[in-house]
Every structure is written in C-alpha cells, then in structure tokens.
Design a protein around this ligand. Structure first.
Ligand code: FAD
Ligand code: NAP
Length: 547
C-alpha cells in the first residue's frame, strides 16, 4: 500500500497495521484526548505507552500523598459534556488513585484501550523526505509508517536523579517518586530520607512524617508553600459542576492559567488599607489563586510582587514557631511565585516532630551515598530508605530520549542541544507532520492547569492535521521565519516577568553543561496564546510550509 492509499478509519482491531494516518505517543491526559480526537476525525491511529496502563503521571507517581494542586472542578477532561455529567469526584484536590481511575474510566467509556499498545516504548521516529511519512520503531521490535506523529509524552515524565557519588552503592531501598512501585514501599519503623522539597517532596514529607521511625529531609532550596483546603465534594458540588459546564468551559478556555477565578485587581487600584483583607481572602481559599490571581500585575510589578511575597513570608512565620527552623524553611533570596508554588497540608508542622530533622544542603551539602546512608560534609545519616523527590528532565526530557530525525536526517535532540526552539510549543521547523504537547514555549509547558491547556493543543494539532488532509497536502511545518517570530515573541513577553528573572527552577531548561538556559514557560497568557494558535488556523496556516 502506498502512503497515498492510507485509509481513514481502518479497523484497529485487526493485527498490527503497517501503515497508519497517525501515531500517538503517550497515554496520559494528553495522549488519551489526542487519540480520541484523531479517531473521531476518522484517522487510523495507534497509540504507544511505555507504562502498562493509562494515566501518564497519574500512573507513575504513586508516592505517598500524591494528589493534584488543581482544585475541583478544573482537573479533568473538558471535551465531553456527557463525561462531566457522569463524573464523580470525592475531594476538592483528588489524590492519585482517583485520577488514575478516572482516566481509566474515560479510556473505557470511549473504547480507546484497544487502540493503545501498552508496555511499549517508541524508540525512534525517522522522516522520509521522499514519501513525507514517519517511520516509527518501538522497543517491541515493531516498525510502523505514519503520515503524522504526535508526541504526547508529557513535560514531567522523565525522572531526574542527581549523580551523587556512590549513588548505586546504597544497600537499602531507594526510589524516585515517579517510579513508586504499585505494591508500595514499607516505610513503617524505617529511617527514611527525602531529597527534594518542592511540590513532590512536600507531599511526601507531610504524609510519611508520622509513619516512619525517623525522617531526614534534605533541602537545597526552600519553597514558599500555601495551605491546601481539601474539603470532601458533596452532591450539591457535583450538581453545581454539571449545571455550570457550559459557562465554565467557555470561561476556562480564555482564563489566565486554566482556572476560573474572579478577575484580580491591579495593585495600584486597590487602596492600601484593603490589600491585607484582599490577600487574606485569597489565602483562605486554600488553592493556587494566590499565585495566579492575587493582583493582575503580580508578574510585572515589583511592588505588587514584594507585597505578596511579604504576606506569604509572614503567614509562614506564624506557622513555624522555631526561629532557626523558620530561617531555613522560609525563602529569602527569591520572590514568591517565581517558581512553581506548591500547596501543603501540615508540611511545616512535620518539622516540629521529634522524629523529623532537616539538613540544609546549602550549609551542609551531600558528599556521597554509601551502603548505609548519606554522607554530608558535616556527618553521616544512617538510612533504610532514600526517596528521591528530585524532579524531572523537564520540557523535552522524554522527547529527547527518542531518536527523532527530521527532514534531511537532522536530529531533534542535536538541534535542541544547540538551540531549544518550537513554534507555539507544538511543531518544530525541519520536522514536518510532527507535533507535540506540553513542550516548551506554550502555557502547557509550565504555567497552566494542564488538562485545559493540553486540550487546546490536542485540538489545534487535530485541526492542523485535518487541514493537511482536507487540502490533499502531504505535509505541514512552520517556516523558519514563523518559528523565529514565535521565539522572539516568547522571549519578549516571558523573560521580563518575575518568573523570567528566577534562574533557579525547572521552568528553565538545563543546557547539556548543566547551566540553566531558556525559559520554557510561555508567559504571554493563555488568551494571547490561544489567539495566536486560532489565527494560524483561521489564516490557512500562513507562515507554514505546506507541501
Ligand atoms: P504525562 O502524564 O506525563 O504522560 C506522558 C506519557 O507518555 C507517560 O505515561 C509516559 O510513560 C509516556 N511516554 C513517554 N515517552 C514515551 C515513549 N518514548 N514511548 C511510549 N510512551 C512514552 N498539572 C496540573 O495542571 N495540575 C496538577 O495538579 C498537577 N499535578 C501533578 C502532579 C505530579 C506528581 C506531576 C508529576 C505532575 C503534575 N501535573 C499537574 C503536571 C502533569 O504533567 C499534567 O497535569 C498532565 O498530567 C500531563 O499529561 P500528559 O499526558 O501531557 O503527560
Ligand atoms: P522539582 O520542582 O524540580 O523539585 C525538585 C526538588 O529536588 C527541589 O527541591 C530541588 O532542589 C531538589 N533537588 C534536585 N536536585 C538536587 C540535588 N542534586 N541535590 C539536592 N536537591 C536536589 O520537582 P517536583 O517536586 O517533582 O515537581 C515538579 C513539578 O511536577 C511541579 O513543579 C509540578 O508542576 C508537578 N507536581 C505537581 C504536584 C501537584 O500539583 N500536587 C505534585 C508534584 C509535582 P532545588 O530547588 O534547589 O533545585
């Protein structure tokens, strides 16, 4: 069969198809919706997932205390009213098992499972200039050819374990939080270390502090953390959710961060004597609104940012009674909201327990790991378990682990090692018919309630593919100029923000030499981003090379 004879809607139940319209890589929130949408559009599609189940991060991250920081009802698929009408949520911030169950329900409801090859990792994707197709291989030894490839591989799906000296010599149990075994890890009565105190570390620490014999927390950079309020979801909450679908789904699409919040005031417009009450009300809401929605100019106005930073430091100090501990746990060298703000529930109180100790790695860095524990400059910590909450190779980690060769055999990894670049975070010049979600230089890369942002990206990708097919074209890719224009725009709007000034966060991609480089978070806002993407479609993909 030639590539021009690809048949949409090919029966996916038949043995492995050799040629497809599209291949979807990943079956998390992004991959599941991408697969659904492309099948709806009549394409022959197959999805590959390295895990043996769906859910993406909600499959992998089974660590104690894992739950969302996106509050009800925002963290769910937005594409189906029917799905909303039947979805039951039990908590304002659902925990990992509930979300994993939900994604499984979605996959079964829409009969997607039979289109997914599990426990199968895509290892390479090579573009054939002559036919305009992608040759994709997997670690199961299969080779497929497809017109389009979509990498829904997630921006936080490749764990990062620091190369500590002697890392492999530890005789106890060691585990990265994103590879937590399904059967769990027995922590009761154990001497446990947690390395890392960001969103993940905080959830682990507050959850296991009361379960272990001793917990040693290794902190390099303290984080501002905001209390989470997590009431149970009631029947009337669910009724409200279902009745509000139309309104919420309209509003959320044009929201600032993928949440429906009231529009915040500008700092200068709120009289000084009303600011504390305004902040307290936001603080009391117990969700991420203090980050995205305290003041409209929070990311651009130093005065507004200083004010919020001081407010948060004061609230933290009220909780941490020991001044020496407060000095270690409260950040002083960067502003609030310039790194991902974690929510917490009893985190600071955990450090008041007799069985919890804090090692400040800025004063006492890790020297090495050995069979019995962790040696720091000041001493040795005897351990049974080491938990790495050390984050991810963010943005492009998973894509870079696939050998991707575009037009003329150019390696995407090599290109990105020289200059990380995308067009609206979804395509790269030189890689026709290749798409990605949650990649750098889009809101979905970092600053967004991801299901909302990824939903929009999956739709844009499906629309671009639909455009190529409906016009009888062979391929689509952004021109070099279009890509440069997007990168220039990204840098112009993102770098001058408060977040752009903080070099120490996963929002900045590390270069091969370990230095922090390009800011992967696009900070022009969802509305500007969505308009830019919509304009590309409305303009018939002007600025793209259509062959
Ligand atoms: P993922 O969920 O990462 O799924 C990608 C999938 O691709 C994985 O299953 C992986 O196995 C698979 N894959 C990768 N490479 C290959 C390959 N080569 N071959 C085959 N399969 C491959 N975001 C929020 O908005 N709110 C939250 O509250 C929130 N909480 C989070 C909590 C944790 C612990 C983590 C780690 C992230 C959280 N996020 C949150 C961000 C999260 O990444 C997104 O919300 C979302 O789940 C990403 O979905 P995805 O499908 O794009 O990627
Ligand atoms: P992270 O934000 O990258 O934090 C990694 C932690 O490990 C930091 O404390 C970091 O310290 C520390 N670390 C890394 N290398 C180290 C080293 N060599 N020595 C000592 N410490 C080291 O990773 P994460 O906490 O897993 O979170 C990643 C993202 O996933 C979050 O920002 C969020 O988007 C998502 N997430 C969300 C939730 C939620 O919504 N509930 C939960 C978990 C994760 P430094 O800060 O000094 O680098």
């Amino acid at each position: 069969m030639s590539v021009n004879q690809l048949e949409p809607g090919k029966d996916p139940g038949t043995p492995t198809p050799q040629m497809l319209d599209a291949i979807v890589v990943g079956a998390g929130i992004g991959g599941v919706y991408q697969l659904y949408r492309l099948l709806q559009d009549g394409l022959s599609v197959r999805a590959f997932e390295a895990a043996d189940g769906v859910g993406g991060v909600w499959f992998w991250n089974r660590y104690p205390g894992a739950r969302v920081d996106s509050h009800f009802p925002h963290y769910q698929f937005w594409f189906s009213r029917e799905l909303w009408d039947e979805s039951d949520w039990t908590e304002t911030f659902p925990a990992q098992p509930e979300i994993e169950r939900y994604v499984n329900h979605v996959v079964d409801k829409f009969d997607l499972r039979r289109h997914i090859s599990f426990s199968t990792r895509v290892t390479s994707a090579v573009f054939d200039d002559a036919t305009g197709t992608w040759r994709v291989t997997t670690d199961a030894g299969e080779t497929l050819v497809a017109r389009f490839v979509v990498f829904n591989t997630g921006g936080l799906s490749t764990p990062k374990i620091p190369p500590f000296k002697g890392h492999d010599s530890f005789a106890g149990v060691s585990c990265h939080t994103s590879h937590w075994p399904k059967e769990g890890v027995d922590l009761a009565g154990k001497r446990v270390a947690v390395i890392g105190t960001a969103a993940t570390g905080i959830q682990v620490i507050q959850t296991i502090a009361s379960q272990v014999a001793h917990l040693t927390v290794f902190q390099r950079t303290p984080n501002y953390a905001v209390p989470m309020k997590n009431p149970k979801i009631t029947e009337s909450d669910l009724t409200w959710m279902r009745e509000s679908f139309d309104e919420l789904s309209k509003k959320v699409r044009w929201s600032r961060g993928g949440f429906v919040f009231e529009d915040p005031p500008y700092f200068r417009d709120l009289p000084a004597d009303q600011r504390d009450a305004h902040m307290q009300a936001i603080w009391d809401s117990g969700n991420l609104s203090i980050w995205g929605n305290s003041f409209a100019d929070f990311q651009s106005n130093q005065q507004a940012n200083d004010y919020v930073t001081q407010f948060v430091r004061d609230r933290m100090r009220e909780r941490i009674k020991d001044p020496a501990l407060a000095a270690k746990l409260i950040p002083t060298d960067y502003s609030f909201g310039t790194r991902r703000v974690p929510l917490e529930n009893g985190y600071f109180e955990a450090f008041s327990r007799d069985n919890v100790s804090l090692v400040d790695l800025r004063e006492d860095p890790i020297d090495s790991i050995n069979a019995s524990g962790i040696r720091t400059r000041a001493g040795h910590h005897e351990l049974d378990v080491i938990i790495y909450a050390t984050g991810f190779d963010s943005g492009v980690g998973s894509i870079n682990r696939i050998d991707i060769r575009g037009a003329a055999g150019v390696s995407l990894k090599q290109l990105w090692s020289e200059e990380l670049c995308t067009t609206v975070g979804m395509q790269v010049h030189g890689f026709p018919n290749l798409f990605m979600t949650m990649a750098p230089f889009a809101p979905a890369a970092a600053i967004c309630n991801v299901p909302v942002c990824v939903d929009q990206q999956c739709d844009w990708i499906a629309d671009a593919i639909g455009f190529v097919r409906s016009k009888g074209l062979r391929s689509i890719q952004p021109s070099a100029q279009t890509q440069q224009a997007w990168m220039d725009h990204h840098r112009a709007v993102s770098e001058p923000t408060m977040i752009g000034r903080n070099m120490n966060s996963w929002y900045r991609r590390e270069g091969p030499d370990g230095s922090k480089r390009e800011l992967i978070a696009y900070l022009g806002g969802i509305p500007a981003y969505r308009r830019a993407c919509d304009d590309m479609i409305a303009g018939g993909f002007k600025g793209f090379e259509l062959v």
